[in-house]
Ligand binder design. Structure first.
Ligand code: FES
Length: 148
């Protein structure tokens, strides 16, 4: 399953006009540094064209996407560490889904909805624990259980 959600209205996110560097810190802490060339976009593998999920899928970098990239889960949750200003604004539907994400932060985005415009380099981190009921538990490193 993949593609876009036809029920979500809004402006098409701007695709980059010049190459930019996307650094992805995966859930194991490994860094993947990619140069995203606009002439290769959109990949249209999953999520919005040119999205973080689209790029991850195209490059074989693991990012959960239980709903196939249509903004109907929160398993593609990422933290945008750098370059947030170059990313499209989150829609109301994205913010609703993000409320379900574990480890929600001010810089949280859904990878399938976050599309950098290439105006600066971007660095994102895939949290060690994303909420995917089909896969839990996985990557539980970094989880702490508080006992009173
Ligand atoms: S893959 Fe389900 S919201 Fe992004």
């Amino acid at each position: 399953m993949g593609g876009q959600n036809p029920y979500i209205q809004g402006d098409e996110p701007k695709l980059p006009k010049k190459p930019y560097q996307l650094t992805i810190v995966d859930e194991h802490g490994q860094e993947h540094v990619l140069t995203i060339d606009p002439k290769d976009l959109p990949y249209q593998d999953h999520g919005l064209p040119g999205s973080i999920l689209d790029i991850c899928m195209h490059h074989g970098i693991e990012l959960d996407h239980a709903c196939g990239g249509v903004c109907a889960c929160s398993t593609c949750h990422v933290h945008v560490l750098e370059g947030e200003k170059s990313c499209n604004e989150a829609s109301e539907e994205e913010e609703d889904q993000l409320e379900e994400a574990y480890d929600l932060k001010a810089n949280s985005r859904l990878g399938c909805q976050c599309v950098p415009d290439g105006s600066c380099n971007v660095k994102i981190r895939v949290p060690a624990w994303n909420r995917n009921l089909a896969r839990e538990p996985h990557g539980a490193e970094g989880m702490t259980t508080k006992k009173d």
